[in-house]
Design a protein around this ligand. Structure first.
Ligand code: PBG
Length: 352
């Protein structure tokens, strides 16, 4: 009986038909389930984050992110090769500079931590896509994502509130740093500061410097999330005063998130990113429907830490919880996922 016949049939017949519906038929065996599975994970889906610092031959564990480390530059060739050997296509880099200052100058120093790291990784594993997270919070002594309106700042504007993140002067620095990272060999620049106009400024600067082949992955909708807590330990980047709510999105706002994404599409972003991942699945899914650009999701440090925390207590199965959260992010619409589970997932999927 077809669905459209039901209106014309006697009630009893319809009731019998309804009772005969058995969606469970297709879940009977593992092979059947494989056959009808709509979404799957593969190593190609993942981007692995790396935290890089100065020093020699060190691999410093990050307490709040079990299994994750800060690596010294000399550890990068082996790490990059291991990541490539797992079949992962890309890494995203975060740097801990030797010194921080008010304008985050290490970020636009050609000898800064990340430009050096990019060169080293590209030499060791030339096929690995290198994404440079483009933000100032790891490099400024105040831990904010750009220049701050204080009287000692050359860009001080008495008309703006004290402590305000100066948008346009920061855009100039983001553009400058992006060119430096691109010249060092980055394949993708990923601005993550939620400044207005960051994608357009970076695109323009790259193009003006003969870097039109370098892509921009925009953290288009990034919420001011509590789930970045462990990352701030890892990158040594907590803000020294206040919080990031004057530039990152209110997690309560879905329409505003979609407006932010639309702006970045208009400014020429090549890849769109939504963050955090599980708390933003609705936004991710709506972005998938509305926009045709590749879509990334960032399963952030707190999402990783939650799963590990529960697994340590024996409350959740680590592999099961990690893979289920990753498949859910993919099902919601992500084409690629930045995840601290990337290496584990590649290994788990290989042995499945
Ligand atoms: C830099 C940046 C942050 C994260 C990625 N890029 C920190 C922040 O915005 O405070 C967080 C990633 C994570 O929690 O894993 N702006």
């Amino acid at each position: 009986m077809a669905e459209h016949d039901l209106k014309t049939k006697p009630a009893e017949e319809v009731a019998t038909f309804r009772r005969s519906l058995r969606p469970r038929r297709l879940r009977l065996s593992a092979s059947l389930r494989r056959l009808v599975r709509e979404t799957s994970l593969k190593p190609d889906d993942f981007i692995y984050p790396l935290f890089i610092r100065h020093g020699r031959d060190q691999r410093i564990p990050i307490d709040s992110m079990p299994g994750q480390f800060q690596l010294t530059l000399d550890r990068l060739p082996a790490e990059a090769k291991a990541i490539a050997d797992l079949g992962l296509p890309a890494v995203i880099l975060f740097g801990i500079p030797a010194e921080k200052d008010t304008c985050g100058s290490d970020n636009f120093d050609p000898e800064g931590i990340i430009p050096r790291a990019i060169g080293i990784i590209k030499e060791a594993a030339p096929d690995l896509v290198v994404i440079s997270d483009m933000c100032f919070c790891e490099y400024t002594d105040h831990g904010h994502c750009g220049l701050i309106n204080t009287p000692d700042n050359p860009h001080f504007d008495p008309n703006l509130p004290l402590g305000y993140l100066l948008n346009d002067p920061t855009l100039e620095l983001l553009a400058r740093a992006s060119v430096i990272h691109a010249r060092a060999g980055a394949d993708i620049i990923a601005p993550s500061g939620m400044l207005d106009g960051m994608v357009a400024s970076i695109r323009q600067a790259l193009d003006a410097d003969a870097m039109s082949h370098v892509a921009v992955m925009s953290y288009a909708a990034k919420a001011a999330s509590v789930f970045y807590g462990p990352f701030r330990d890892a990158a040594e980047s907590p803000p020294s005063f206040g919080d990031r709510k004057q530039y990152q999105l209110d997690p309560a706002n879905r329409r505003e998130a979609l407006k932010e994404i639309a702006l970045d599409v208009g400014e020429g972003a090549d890849i769109l990113l939504v963050k955090p991942a599980l708390p933003s699945l609705d936004i991710l899914n709506e972005a998938r429907r509305r926009f045709d650009l590749p879509l990334a999701a960032y399963q952030v440090s707190g999402e990783y830490a939650m799963i590990h925390g529960a697994a340590r207590q024996g409350w959740l199965d680590l592999e099961g919880a990690a893979l289920e959260s990753l498949i859910s992010i993919k099902r919601a619409g992500a084409d690629m996922i930045i995840s601290y589970f990337a290496k584990d997932a590649a290994a788990w999927l290989d042995s499945a």
